[in-house]
Design a protein around this ligand. Structure first.
Ligand code: SF4
Length: 283
């Protein structure tokens, strides 16, 4: 017993102060790829190597339309490796959660040279991600949870067919380092006690009914959060005989959290964003 106390005192506080302070992340962490559309000379190589089709091209005559969908992106970095002009690079940005799926899609239109390279950028559409990186977001949300619910926020998690990568990060949210309970947020076993449904994985046909039943068992007001590329779009699995694709194929989704898997701070950022949506639902 004495040894346990001694160890506890010598270890000190390990809990990180995110979002009160910026997240300390490893140099090797891969966040979203960023695209410098002005500089990009040829999108074909990146589209070819992209494993999920997050970069797609449509050529018509001498023009090309390029679409980048962060809801499909698994942050593998292959597009940056093929970008000899350095127009695509991997960043460490992870606070990408948004309530509008369209915010995750960028489009650009180019006029082409005869060899298929980009001659001139005609149009670009970058919808802004409604990221809240306010340093006080944690305190504000803790206050909002208390004001809205007069108690803790309860989350029910459903794995609709994931590889368990997202689950590992969700479990990490509950460890002493990320300590989700400091915001008054806890995971519950029953959907009847839950305010938020956190869904991982593409929705497999085997899990469709279970997911629907879980959603219907939750009392109003409730919010649905789709986690990771699979939860948003089906990710690497897409739509096939066993998978229906993203969660929005089955349920109305309030917040999308990109990543493969999203790191714990990215999950926290998305969950806190979803609390705002819950507040809007109250009478
Ligand atoms: S980082 Fe994203 S966009 Fe780039 S190749 Fe990988 S999945 Fe495709």
């Amino acid at each position: 017993m004495f040894k346990i106390l001694q160890k506890t005192v010598s270890t000190g506080i390990v809990t990180v102060n995110y979002p009160g302070e910026p997240a300390k992340i490893s140099e090797r962490f891969r966040g979203r790829p960023s695209f410098d559309f002005d500089k990009w000379k040829d999108a074909r190589a990146a589209a070819e190597v992209c494993p999920t089709g997050a970069i797609s091209l449509r050529d018509k005559g001498h023009s090309r339309s390029v679409t980048v969908d962060y809801g499909l992106c698994v942050f593998c970095g292959l597009c940056a490796e093929t970008s000899s002009d350095q127009a695509v690079r991997i960043t460490q940005e992870f606070e990408l959660a948004t309530s509008d799926r369209r915010n995750l899609v960028l489009t650009a239109e180019y006029a082409l040279n005869a060899d298929g390279t980009h001659r001139v950028l005609r149009k670009v559409n970058r919808r802004s991600l409604d990221t809240q990186t306010d340093e006080d977001i944690g305190k504000k949300m803790r206050d909002a949870i208390h004001k809205v619910l007069r108690r803790s926020l309860a989350i029910r998690e459903v794995d609709a067919g994931s590889c368990n990568g997202c689950e590992l990060e969700i479990v990490a949210l509950n460890n002493p380092i990320f300590d989700l309970e400091r915001f008054g947020i806890q995971f519950v076993a029953s959907p009847r006690h839950a305010d938020m449904l956190l869904v991982t994985g593409p929705v497999t046909r085997n899990m469709e009914l279970a997911l629907l039943k879980t959603y219907r068992a939750m009392a109003e007001p409730k919010v649905v959060v789709a986690v990771g590329a699979c939860g948003i779009s089906g990710g690497i699995f897409g739509e096939n005989y066993a998978s229906l694709g993203g969660v929005n194929k089955v349920l109305p989704v309030d917040v999308y959290i990109p990543g493969c898997p999203p790191r714990p701070q990215a999950l926290l950022h998305g969950i806190l964003l979803a609390v705002g949506r819950l507040a809007e639902r109250l009478p």
